[in-house]
Structures are given as C-alpha cells and as structure tokens.
Design a protein around this ligand. Sequence first.
Ligand code: C2E
Ligand code: MG
Ligand code: MG
Length: 694
Amino acid sequence: MRGFLLTRYFTVLSFILIGLAGVWLSHFAHKQASAQLMHMAEDRNVAMTQLFRNALWEDFAPLMESTVSTPDALREQAVSLGLQNKAVALMRNSDAIKVKVYNPTGLTVFSSDPSQTGEDKRANAGFLAAVLGQVATTLTHRNQFDAFESTLSEIDVISSYVPVRSGDQIVGVIEVYQDVTQFIQAVDRGQRETGAIIFCVLLALYLLQLVVVRRAQLVLQQQSDELAAANRDLDFRVRDRTATLETTNQQLRQEMQERQRIEERLDHLAHHDPLTSLPNRLMFHEQLKRSLGLAQRNQRQLAILFIDLDRFKDVNDTLGHAIGDELLVAASKRLTGHLRTGDTLARLGGDEFVCVLEDIHDPHEANIVADKLVELLEAPFQVVEHELFVSASVGISLYPEDGQDVETLVRNADTAMYQAKAHGRGRSHFYAPEMTTYAQERIRLEVLLRRSIDAGEISVQYQLKVSAANGAPAGVEALARWNSAELGAVPPVRFIPIAEDTGFIVELGAWVLRTACRQLAAWRAAGVNVPKMSVNLSVKQLERDDVVSVVQAALDEAGLEPSSLELEVTESIIMAVDDAFSILEKLRALGVQIAVDDFGTGYSSLSYLKLLPIHTLKIDRAFVLGIGQNPGDEAIIRAIIAIASSLGLSTVAEGVDAEHQIGFLRELGCGQIQGYYYGKPQPAEEFAANWIKG
Ligand code: C2E
Ligand code: MG
Ligand code: MG
C-alpha cells in the first residue's frame, strides 16, 4: 500500500482553496470598489444636480406651472425661455452630459436632448423614488450616448434623480447624467492592481506552504521509514518472542501432561496394591463405604468375604518372596476371573484379600461364592517350576446383620475367617456374634504367647517311652508347657497352633530343642542314662533354611552326639513341605533320627514313605484308643506295624493308658510304648527320679 503523499494532496487541495480564496477576494474587492464608486459618483452627481437646480431652477419653475404638455410645445417653450442654451452652457463646464427636468406628474418638461422632451416617466422607478423624497442613482454602460450634438460611444454613465423642494413640497425632479468612464477605468485599474497583489500574495503563500509541506512530507517520510524499520524490528522480535513462548508453552504443556500422568500414577499407587493392581485397603474402604450408603438407601444386602491363603506363609518362607509374590498375583487373577463385574476384590496386605458381593438376596448366595473361591484356590498353582498347593479360608459377614459400618463388617469377616481356619482350613464360615469373643481371646493369647519365653512361662515336661517287650525305660519325649501368669496353664493343643500361625513356633521350638538337649546332657552327667531324647519339630521349623544349623547348634551346645536326638515330625508335614525329602535327608545326614508323629492320620502315600530317610513311625493315639473297641483301628495298627517292619522302621504307640492296649501292641510286635500308663509328661527332676526307680 502506498503511503499518504502530503505534497500531492496539498498541491491540489491548497491550489484549489487558494484559487477559490483569490476569486472570492477579487470578487469582494470588486464589489467593495463598485459600491464605493457608486457612492462617490452618486454624491458627485447629486452635488451636480443641486448645482443645476440652484443655477437653473428659477428658469425651470415656470415650466412646472405651464399647462403645455405636448413635446413640440414643450420644446418650443424651452427654446423660448432660453433654457436649452443655459443648460448647455452649464454642462459644458462640468462632467454632466445630459439634464432632464420632470414635473410632479412625471412629464419630461425639459431635456438637454430635445428628442426626449415630453416623455412620460410616471412609471420610472428613479422618478417615483425622487417624488417620494429620495435620491435614486443608476450606473449604466452605454455603447452609444447621444450628448449634445456629438455622439459618445463606449461610455459609463451615472444618472441621479433628485427631488426639488419648495418648503415641504416636492415641486419637481431633476435628472442629471454624468460621464464616469474615466473614473470607472481608474477604479478598474485599481481593481486589477488589487487582484494582482492578491494573486501575488496568495501565490507566495502557496509556495511558502509548499516548501513547508514538502519539508514536513520529508520529515514525515523519514519518520514513517523509521517507524516501518522499528515495526519490522518489533515484528521480528515479536516473532522471535512468540516462537520462544510457543516452545515454553509446549514445554509447559508437556510438563503439565507429565505432572498429570504422575498424579494419576500416584493416585493409582495410593489406591492400588502395586503387586496385584487390585484396589488396596484405602480404596476398598472408600468403595465399601459407598456401597454401604447405596445398600442402605435401597435396602439391599451385602456380603463381605475375607479370604486368607492357608499356606502362603510356608511358601514365602521356603521358596522366597519372589515366588510368594507370583503366587499372590496368580491367586488374585483366579479370584478376579470368577467374580461378577459389580463385585469388588481388594488386597488388604500379605495373603489377605477381601471381596464385596453387592446386592445379594440370600446369605446362601454368599456361601456359594465363598465355596467357589475356596475351590478355585485349591487347584495347584504352577509358579515357575514349582507346583504349589495352597488352600484358602474365607470368612463371611453380612450387611446389615453383622455390622453397619466398614470397620465392623471387615473385622467380623476377619473373625469368621479365623473360625474357618480353626475348623480345618480350606473352607468358608459365616460370622456369628460369639466368634468375636473367641477372636478377641485369640488375639490376647497371641500377645501373651509372644512374650511367654522371656517371661519364663514356658517349660518342658518329659514323657517316658518304654520298650513294649519288657516295659524297660527306652526314651523320652520333650513336650512344651505354658504356664501363663494371666491365663494359668494353657494346653499345647491351644497354644501350639497359634504359635504356628504366628511363626512364634520357630523361636519356641528352638528353645524347647535347646532345653531338651541340655536336659539330656545334664541327666547323663548326673548318671541318669537316658539313651535318646525326642523333640517335636513343627512344619515352620522344618521349612526354614537354618533348621539343620539350629539342630546342630543345640547338639553342640549340650555336647551331645546326634544319635541321642530324635526329631518327631507329623505325617502331615511330609505332605505339606515341598522338598521334605531333601530337608529330612540333611537332618539324617547330620546323624539325628527322625520319627513320623501321629502316623496313620495323614494319608501319606506308602510309596513316598518308602523313600523318606526316617527311622520310626509313631502310631496315633486315636487308633490306640480303639484297641478292644474298634476292629478297624486294630486293623490299622496291625497294618502300620507290618509296613514298618517291612520297611525296616521301628514303631512307637502313643497314648497308651490301659493294660489291654499294651497286650495287644506287644503281641503285634510294636517296638515302644508311650502313654499315661507308664507316666504322664513330668518336670525334669520328677522324670529323673522315676527313671532311676524304673
Ligand atoms: P504329640 O507330639 O503327639 O505328643 C503326645 C501328646 O499326647 C502329648 O500331649 C501327651 O501329653 C499326650 N499323651 C501321652 N500319653 C497320653 C495318654 O495316655 N492319654 C492321653 N489322653 N494323652 C496322652 P501334649 O503334651 O498336650 O501335646 C500335644 C501336642 O502338642 C503334641 O503331640 C505335639 O504335637 C505338640 N507339642 C507339644 N510340645 C511341642 C513342642 O515343643 N514342639 C512342637 N512342635 N509341638 C509340640
Ligand atoms: Mg510328639
Ligand atoms: Mg503324637
């Protein structure tokens, strides 16, 4: 786009305006001059008319009263009165070129141009004004004027009608024509000069302005160029800045996205279990709270299933956390795969899962789902090269019967889960209010048990084993006893399972082992020659990598040779622990003996049994109890003794407390007998005294 060109517009516009101003000024000057001229000419003419009136009126007065009215008669009258000559004589000495006299009726009674004498001027504007007492003047240009005998051409004439008064009365009108040609010419000349001056002044003004405007245009142009350059620079800087801003903006957007991603991730982490990606305790609580609100509004029932894997801790302890983690992931996948979309599964921690079944119509529905979950988890898990068998115990609490809030419902489902475990694991159990007392008791027991060793509440009692053949003392079993300051004597059937569940058994078992070994050494040192000490070993101890070193340490500490020690492991351990074989093999290699406790209750495969590095089978008390009463039990005892003898193992019958049982066992060739008949578990001193007696 082209810029605004001040000079171009100015040249044209200013030219037009100054031109118009010039024209208007010339016109105005002309008008002023003409008016002035008119005024001056009129004054002169009026003065001249007065002169004529004064000089000639006495001669003209008779004409006013005369009754003559035809032109010829009037001309004759003027000649006769000598008016013509007088008038001409007066005119010769002035600029007047014609004189006319009218009577009040408008009749031209005299004219220095005789041809006009007698004309009627009644309607003449000048005459009419004069009759009314005013002087009227007109300026005319004539190209032919007949004055006197000569004819004037191209002249300017001014004529004035002047009233002639006598007292108040207008008695006639005199009109005098004056030649103002020279006067007009002088004025014209003056006007031309004025025009020229105006023109010159305006031209000078125009040129001056032109110079100023051109200069201004130059300055403007310079400023405009500078502005354009500044604009270009600004544009460049703005573009530069915009680009920087865009980059910053882009970075900011990326940062915001990153931040959002991190926030989402943090939120996910805060609400999910990182291992299984299931909702965590926090999220579960929030969801259950919402579900409870809805259920309350819609009067619906909910079920909370508390799921705990039964042997997870064993897996974790024996195979390590990595395998344990994989097992948890696999278990959670199995569980989620089975649930309805509306149901929530969450991991509360460890091997504890919790599931909310929304909108159930009958508690039986919860039972079906719980049993299904138990069944699902019973199938073996293949984790890396391990085939793992875990089961699950499920506790069920119902809304609204078993609680109105999240905490109560979860706690009650947890309590019911413990009940399921107490009933033999791998099953589900509904919550019942009385369980709470049981659970609370159990918690108390756990707490007290944990500090029992330090409090000196744990002791070991010893139960005699005799030879079945002759009743001679043959050995001893060490049995833990807990005499709690708060609870009194707590039987092993109550505290041993809790110690196993909480892992405290590892500490407890080692303590019993050390105490028993030391006791055996002490007896021997005192001359009480007990050949062998049997100590119970829990599955938890057996699964630990350090089991062999713990046993070795106990033997070393007491200064016993390994053959003096027998470890009793329950039959169920052999089936539960993955590589029971290699662990037992290590213990055997150490030189200690191994007895299978409670044999006959654990459904072990006989072909597997054949391979184990064991020495003794302990026939379970339940079968001994059936002797003389239950032929089935007797048959089992018979079979166990036969198997043992064929595998080259010795046998011990437990829980023998009647004479007929002894006869039966002796007849079958049972190796040793243990039971109340020969002695209850006793403190060390009593046992030693009896031993010496026996
Ligand atoms: P167990 O190893 O089978 O021990 C034998 C149990 O039978 C003992 O019960 C003993 O008192 C009882 N008994 C012996 N003869 C008779 C009898 O004639 N009649 C009756 N009714 N009972 C008899 P206790 O001491 O209550 O121990 C129970 C179980 O607790 C033990 O069974 C053992 O499995 C476990 N236990 C005890 N102490 C320990 C320990 O230090 N470590 C481990 N791991 N388990 C232990
Ligand atoms: Mg035992
Ligand atoms: Mg037993």
